[in-house]
Design a protein around this ligand. Structure first.
Ligand code: IPE
Ligand code: IPE
Ligand code: MG
Length: 261
């Protein structure tokens, strides 16, 4: 049977209990709007990406300070490879330099790093930095920081299904035993609770192939602020939006209030 032996760092993927519902356990962010931020200042798009690193640092510090257990950041989608090669190259160099620069603070703050996405197309330098950062933070027990680079939700699900198909073909997995949990354990986010709060900056109301499976019951927050301008106040507004939601997971509002009482 295809049991995953990786340790689960969080209890389960089931809804958080009511008393801890105010702070999201897992926050997932599409950091969008860097290009428009730069264009509005007559700067090259890449300058927006450089500025975006500051907003990323702010978001990591804010979430870690509030006791968020996992923060997933969409840094580069599987579709972003279609952008002009100069922009792609600048983004890849930015990932390398930001990782090098930020790693000491992440280590110091007990943050554990995980990269999700298809790594094959990365330069050796980036692959090395990713490996180094994951290794240096492997034993950390604080917030898990998940960076989605060259990531696509459809890629994630497809890769998980392929793993299960191999197990079935080799006689290690009975198709009748495949459940939601079986597939969940093969995704790149295995071991993390599903995101409670999704944030997309930059004004677009779409998922752009982010965590398609994992966002099934996530509270969705869209705001017009461009990513380089997304500061602590903007984060606070998103957390307040989350705190005001009633999460029903299919039940009635009466059932939920009864359970809380
Ligand atoms: C998000 O900002 C960063 C990446 C996709 C890498 P954009 O570059 O998409 O910025 P806009 O949407 O063009 O303003
Ligand atoms: C989504 O933003 C990907 C990231 C922020 C990394 P895009 O700017 O690429 O999304 P679309 O193409 O406008 O949907
Ligand atoms: Mg965009």
């Amino acid at each position: 049977m295809g049991h995953d032996t990786r340790p689960r760092r969080f209890d389960s993927v089931s809804p958080a209990p009511a008393d801890s519902a105010v702070i999201p356990r897992h926050v997932a962010i599409i950091m969008d709007g860097n290009g428009r931020w730069a264009r509005a200042r007559h700067l090259p798009r890449t300058e927006g990406h450089r500025q975006g690193v500051h907003a990323t640092r702010t978001a990591v510090r804010f979430c870690a300070a509030r006791g968020v257990q996992a923060l997933t950041l969409f840094a580069f989608s599987s579709e972003n490879w279609k952008r002009p090669s100069a922009e792609v190259n600048t983004l890849m160099s930015l990932f390398v330099s930001a990782l090098e620069k930020e790693l000491p603070e992440l280590v110091q703050n007990n943050i554990r790093l995980r990269f999700i996405g298809e790594r094959e197309a990365f330069s050796d330098k980036l692959k090395h930095r990713i490996h180094e950062a994951e290794a240096a933070t492997r034993d950390n027990t604080g917030m898990e920081l998940v960076i989605a680079v060259s990531y696509g939700g459809r890629w994630d699900i497809t890769a998980a299904v392929r793993c299960l198909a191999v197990e079935v073909a080799e006689g290690r997995l009975d198709p009748a035993s495949i459940s939601v949990e079986t597939l969940d354990r093969q995704l790149s986010t295995a071991g993390l609770p599903d995101p409670d709060l999704f944030i997309r900056t930059g004004g677009e109301r779409r998922l752009s192939n982010f965590l398609l499976w994992q966002l099934a019951y996530t509270e969705l927050y869209f705001c017009d602020v461009l990513w380089p301008d997304f500061d602590e106040d903007a984060l606070q507004a998103a957390f307040e939006f989350f705190a005001g939601r009633e999460r029903r997971f299919g039940r009635t509002g009466e059932q939920v209030s009864h359970e809380r009482a």
